[in-house]
Design a protein around this ligand. Structure first.
Ligand code: SF4
Length: 107
């Protein structure tokens, strides 16, 4: 009878330990998904366009300005070539194109 109880306890503890070990992994996977950003749509905010050439007639446009030479550019995203993050609050939840532009471009 004691052996049976010990075996049950061991199985219970093993199962419990596996479940506890799985929690941080699940949390990491969820966290990674939470940080995955969608690509900005044209017009997302601040007159954003994917191609800075389309903004040459905009009153705020400065020659040569594009996202990847903007002070808000956060660098290219590892999983989306040609797209990157932007530190401006209006773009905090999306990726923008390296060659894109918006009216708060800052050199
Ligand atoms: Fe591009 Fe505008 Fe962000 Fe600068 S602030 S990186 S121009 S979206």
């Amino acid at each position: 009878m004691a052996d049976s109880t010990d075996n049950s306890r061991r199985r219970f503890l093993k199962g419990g330990a596996a479940a506890v070990a799985a929690i941080p992994l699940a949390a990491l996977v969820h966290q990674k998904q939470a940080f995955a950003k969608a690509k900005a749509e044209e017009g997302h905010a601040r007159d954003y366009v994917h191609d800075a050439e389309e903004a040459v007639d905009h009153e705020a446009y400065q020659e040569g300005a594009r996202c990847d030479n903007c002070a808000f550019w956060a660098g290219e995203d590892d999983e989306h070539e040609g797209w990157g993050g932007c530190f401006h609050p209006d773009f905090s939840d999306v990726l923008v194109k390296a060659g894109g532009w918006c009216d708060v471009w800052a050199g």
